[in-house]
Ligand binder design. Sequence first.
Ligand SMILES: NC(=O)c1ccc[n+]([C@@H]2O[C@H](COP(=O)([O-])OP(=O)(O)OC[C@H]3O[C@@H](n4cnc5c(N)ncnc54)[C@H](OP(=O)(O)O)[C@@H]3O)[C@@H](O)[C@H]2O)c1
Length: 280
Amino acid sequence: MSANETTPFVEAKGARIPLLGLGTWQLRGRACARVVQQALRLGYRHLDTAEIYDNERAVGEGLHASGVNRSDVFVTTKIWPSHFAPGELERTARECLVRLRLSEVDLLLLHWPNPQIPLAETLGALGRVKHDGLARHIGLSNFTVALIEEALQATTEPLVCDQIECHPFLDQSKLIAACRRHGMAVIAYAPIARGAVRDDDVLARVGAAHGKSAVQVCLRFLVQQDIVVIPRTSKVERLAENAAIFDFALSEQEMAEISRLAQRDGRLLDWAFSGQPKWD
Ligand SMILES: NC(=O)c1ccc[n+]([C@@H]2O[C@H](COP(=O)([O-])OP(=O)(O)OC[C@H]3O[C@@H](n4cnc5c(N)ncnc54)[C@H](OP(=O)(O)O)[C@@H]3O)[C@@H](O)[C@H]2O)c1
């Protein structure tokens, strides 16, 4: 991908989401702004942040410094579950926009489910944020199949995605199928398993056949299924590697072989911290 090419995207309920975005968890301050700016100059058109990452200000700085038109960049942020009460959610969304120095985000997500606050109330507040013009689209993150279905019952507003942990080492087939059934996009976080895919023999071997790295094969495996990927890197030189995934294709046989790496217990993120429900 280069700045002259347009990033492929997926469509979900009226949202056009670039298939490649830059993850920004743990990137902070000047270093974060610099990576964001470089990514946009290289052709990235999608940025993923969250109020809890404490970097929205830096992400906004990188975006504004890049010289890329605001309307050409898809910006996502997320509301932390402790701010899901109606009133508080709207206030938090406004604070996110102030930090980002934007009048609206393209996508605003509920970061994790919060069983302490009725989902219908939270979704009502999220819908008001959209109607007030602060977010073009709204969606979910870390919602299970059952919770996606509860959310869809509780609002008439289109929920365009579920952002979930998704990489070749984790079996997310049920959740992906549920998103497809409901016309929602899947956005894969930790798409390169926090860097671990680099050391996988199967991915490396498939990569060698295409002149690509194991990381590129991993990302290709996901985008070839129309799954949006948001790999993070703090290293400018890795931005180009992670973006060069649209100039080759994996065969059916290669896709099947990579699919066999998935484990039901392949999750990297520890759910215990939040007391959230287990998946299905
Ligand atoms: N919704 C949620 O609850 C949630 C949860 C987690 C993450 N996210 C989002 O998803 C994004 C991505 O997930 P993640 O940051 O957890 O993990 P990730 O993108 O799978 O992996 C990031 C790690 O991989 C390394 N890396 C990047 N490119 C590489 C390459 N080409 N070769 C080798 N190593 C490479 C990075 O190190 P270097 O910096 O050294 O390159 C970093 O340590 C986050 O940044 C965040 O925006 C959302």
